[in-house]
Design a protein around this ligand. Sequence first.
Ligand code: PEP
Length: 250
Amino acid sequence: MRQPMVAGNWKLNGSSESNKLLIDGIKQGLGEVKKAQVVVCPPSVYLGQVNDLIDGTEILLGVQNVSEQVSGAYTGEISVSMLGDFSCKYAILGHSERRSLYAESDELVAKKFAAVKEAHLVPIFCVGELLEEREANQTEDVVARQIDAVIDLVGISAFKDVVIAYEPVWAIGTGKTATPQQAQDVHAFIRQRLATHDAEIAQQTRILYGGSVKPSNAKEIFNMPDIDGGLIGGASLKAEDFLAICTAAN
Ligand code: PEP
């Protein structure tokens, strides 16, 4: 039985003041969240603050990006060992904004994946196709390529306890959501792809959907058999909306 997860990706948003208001709001409604594991991923500079704010609650902490390097002359980067100073459990990797705006290749994402696993953190490993790739019927090829790049480097056994997020790039921040069936089809494909390597890992892996999930569409999406929750951008910045999405997994 896979426990649903709803993870909020705050992206480049927040301030000490707004973070406190948001976490206080989430805490107030947390009792209504019966099933989903709730994760927040603030900008790294606020990890310490949010770490303290969620102390003693069921809310878990994640980071939005991490270096593949351990230490040294890498200006502006943060390492997995630094994350060990907070109770940070999850690391979003391969988000389409990192892939497209910061030119992260499949190979770099795979190296980051390896570093995160080595540090006993849990990757939230994002995959997904561009609009033109979907229109050219290449969705499965793209997603398979992104997954295989990681399996080639770390092996399928490293996928134990990993979370995958399927995020069609055309649905991120656009208000356009994949239909529940479109999302389910790709989730089933991902699970089947993992199963060609290891059936047990395929069954255990949580696969989240991301792309304009809102309180109004979350339940329908989460009801699909291979969808185990969501990675939420815009709607994770309002406590009320984020909680409504978390409770949609009840
Ligand atoms: C995301 O960036 O991971 C995301 C899903 O964003 P949004 O919910 O805003 O589409």
